[in-house]
Design a protein around this ligand. Sequence first.
Ligand code: TYM
Length: 327
Amino acid sequence: MRIFSGVQPTGRKHLGNYIGAFVPHVASQDRGESIYCIVDLHATTVAYDPARLRSDVYDLQAVWMAAGLDPERCVLFRQSDVIEHSELQWLLNSVTAYGELSRMTQFKDKSGQQDFISAGIFNYPILMAADILLYRTDEVPVGDDQRQHVELSRDVAQRFNSRFGETFVVPEVVIRDVGARIMDLQTPERKMSTTGGTPAGTVYVTDDPAAILKKFRSAVTDSGREIRHSPEKAGISNLLEILAVVRGASIGELEREFEGAGYGDFKLAVGEAVVDYLTPVRERFATLRADEAGLEATLRRGAEKARAIAVETMAGVRAAMGVGPVR
Ligand code: TYM
C-alpha cells in the first residue's frame, strides 16, 4: 500500500492545511509506505520570488516535520530534485484533454487572481497527476479542495492504461469526513486560504498564542444560540470541526459538552484548545528550521529514495509510449 501527497511551499501554512492535510499525512505513516513531496515546481506557476521559494521549501519542511512527519518512516523530498516529475508531466500532456483542464475550479479561481495567466497554471493539474502516478500510488490523502485534481489524475491514468497498456495504478482520493474543509473564521462560507481568505480569519500554524486567541474570539458565528453542526450554521460547524480534530473527540460529544453554553465561551474554548495543540508544534518548528543543513540533507536522502521508484516507472512509461530506444 503506497500513499502519496504533496503540499506547495507557498505562504505560511494555516490551520486548514494542518487539519485537512498534515493530520491525515502523519497518520498515514503507520498505514503504508508514505511519500510526501514539497512541490516547488507547482509554486512557479504564479508570480514569485526565487530566493524566497528556496527558503519557503525549508519552512514547509520544518512545519510538516514539526506536525509529525518522520523522515525515518516516510519519504520526504523536494519535487524539483526528481526530474522525472517534469518528464512525466510532459508526456501526460498528450493524454489530458484541454476541456478537462478548463473545467478545473481551482484554475478558474486562481487565474482570476493573476495579471499574467501562465500556461503553467493551466497545466498545473497534469503536473499533479504526474506526481501521483509516478509512484504508482494507491491512496492520496488531501483536503476537499484537491478532490477534483485527484479525480483528474484517475481519469488520466485510466486513459493512459487503455491506450498504451496497463502502466499506472489508478489512485484513490482519501478525504476525511471531519476537517477536510476548514473555513475562514471571518467568512465561514469561504475556505481558509492564504490567498483568498481574510487575515483575521486565517490562523497560521506559527501564530503566537495571543494572535490565535484573538482570531478565535472574533470568529463570525450566527444570530442563534445553539452549538450544533448544521449546514445553516457555517461558523459554528467550522469551530466544532476544528475542536473535534484538535481534541480527538466526535462532533456529537462536543455538541453534548457545550449544550447551553454561550458562543463567547465556546469560541474561547476552541481558541485555547488550538493554542495547546499548536504550541509544541511551533516550538519544534523553531528548532528544526534553525538547522537548514540538516533539513537539506533530509531532502537529499528523500530524493534518492523517491528517484529509485520514479526511474522504474518512467522506464515502463517510455516503453509503453514508444519514446526513446528499445531496452
Ligand atoms: P496546497 O498546498 O494548496 O494545500 C496542501 C493541502 O492542504 C489542504 N487544504 C485544506 N484542507 C482543509 N481546509 C482548508 N481550508 C484547506 N486548504 C488547503 C489541501 O487540500 C492539500 O491537501 N495541488 C496541491 C499540492 C499537490 C498535491 C500533489 C497534492 C501537488 N501535487 C499530489 C496531492 C497529490 C496544492 O496546491 O495543495
